[in-house]
Design a protein around this ligand. Structure first.
Ligand SMILES: Cc1ncc(COP(=O)(O)O)c(C=O)c1O
Length: 407
């Protein structure tokens, strides 16, 4: 049996069947290239679904992790540790927000924001403000709270009852939001770009309008920047494009270049929202994960990462737009995104999974968002030459994109 086949068979025997990855096993990578166990090389434009901000095996990140691992791996939150203080301080400098809470993932960061919103309202005399307004088509994670504000019913199947008091309105519809936010609303939770929902970019007017609605109604505004934050769109936070200031936002994915780390970042107003004992995480603020986070910051500065995202992101955007506009490529109906988070929406008659498999067989890794959008979310250090190489492959495959089989 070939090595890959062997590993996949073992994976199927021992790993829970909640994922359905393609039948190949990755073993190592460098920059935007990754290899499977049989030595086949791929250009990785998925980057672990917008996680590998510095690409694979970045030397600065590897060194920081190795050094910290020889010093101190874990302290618990019974004690402070130096790396988490330094990373929180760097995040505060980069965002001009006031306090940071560390956890281990995006869903946990969102969970913390939901709890902070309820508890902050409670602490400030509004015990009745327990409800949340979220948007249809949103994705905030898989734990019960984050899942409850995720506006995609397919993720709720068989998981109910979810938490009470959540209502959903259409993304982009300020009138519907105004009508939904009321005297019982603790917070409105929104992604500046609905990423998993298919890369739907929120307009500046929409995001600013949310702030106005929340202020008038006495609700908090909380942003999920798990996928859009940390430079992905060309600014450190996606919220900076509109200038809107949510009370809290969540980070994860790119924050530690692939190490498990999440964060909730809050403004002064709500910084007292979680008093001692009200929330915690055993591994949150782990020194090795925070050392990885500090290495990401170091590289951001040294290699001018945000400039690269703006420059290469503009190039990527022009390439995906050209594909969408190409009359010879009817398999694509729209291109959308910001910076290095771009999507190609496939026509109804195209099979997205078969298309992405063909692109993979041609040597390029992508992921799917919203069921029918090819997502390009490479390392933030990707070059224009790598984008051109990948987009040439994608365009070629799209010329013969496989049709969906009628149900
Ligand atoms: C916007 C957004 N929020 C939350 C999450 C959940 O993050 P995690 O898988 O780290 O829990 C994701 C993951 O894709 C996401 O894209």
């Amino acid at each position: 049996m070939a090595k890959n086949e062997e590993r996949v068979a073992e994976a199927k025997r021992v790993l829970l069947g909640n994922y359905k990855p393609p039948a190949f096993v990755l073993s190592k990578g460098q920059g935007c290239r990754v290899e499977d166990v049989e030595g086949h090389s791929y250009l990785d434009l998925a980057a672990g679904i917008a996680v590998l901000s510095l690409g694979h095996a970045h030397e600065a990140l590897a060194r920081a992790v190795a050094e910290q691992a020889t010093k101190l791996v874990h302290t618990s939150n019974l004690f402070y540790n130096e790396r988490s203080i330094e990373l929180a301080s760097a995040i505060i400098d980069a965002t001009s927000y006031d306090k940071v809470y560390f956890c281990n993932s995006g869903t946990e960061a969102n969970e913390a924001m939901l709890k902070l919103a309820r508890r902050w309202q409670f602490e400030h005399g509004h015990k009745e403000r327990t409800e949340f307004v979220a948007t249809h088509n949103s994705f905030h994670g898989r734990t019960m709270g984050a899942l409850s504000v995720t506006g995609q019913p397919k993720y709720h199947v068989g998981m109910e009852p979810l938490i009470d008091g959540v209502s959903f309105v259409d993304y982009g519809d300020l009138d519907a939001m105004r009508a939904a936010v009321g005297a019982k609303t603790a917070a409105v939770i929104v992604e500046p770009i609905q990423a998993e929902g298919g890369i739907i970019v929120g307009s500046d007017a929409y995001l600013l309008g949310l702030r106005e609605i929340c202020d008038k109604a006495g609700a908090l505004l909380i942003f999920d920047e798990v996928q859009t934050g940390y430079g992905r769109t060309g600014k450190f936070l996606c919220r900076e494009w509109s200038g809107v200031l949510p009370d809290a936002f969540s980070l994860a994915k790119g924050i530690a270049g692939g190490f498990p780390l999440g964060a909730m970042v809050v403004n002064k107003r709500v910084a007292d929202g979680l008093p001692p004992g009200s929330h915690a995480s055993t591994f949150g603020g782990n020194p090795v994960a925070c050392a990885a986070g500090l290495a990401v910051f170091e590289v951001f500065k040294k290699e001018n990462v945000l400039h690269n995202v703006l420059d290469v992101g503009a190039h990527l955007e022009s390439r995906v737009r050209a594909i969408a506009a190409d009359a010879n490529l009817p398999s694509v109906i729209e291109a959308r995104g910001k910076g290095l988070l771009q999507g190609l929406k496939l026509a109804k008659h195209i099979d997205p999974l078969a298309t992405i498999a063909m692109i993979r067989e041609a040597g390029v890794l992508l992921s799917i968002a919203g069921g029918d959008v090819l997502r390009v979310s490479p390392s933030l250090l990707v070059t224009k030459a790598e984008i051109d190489e990948g987009l040439d492959v994608i365009a070629k495959v799209l010329r013969n994109a496989p049709a969906a089989v009628a149900a």
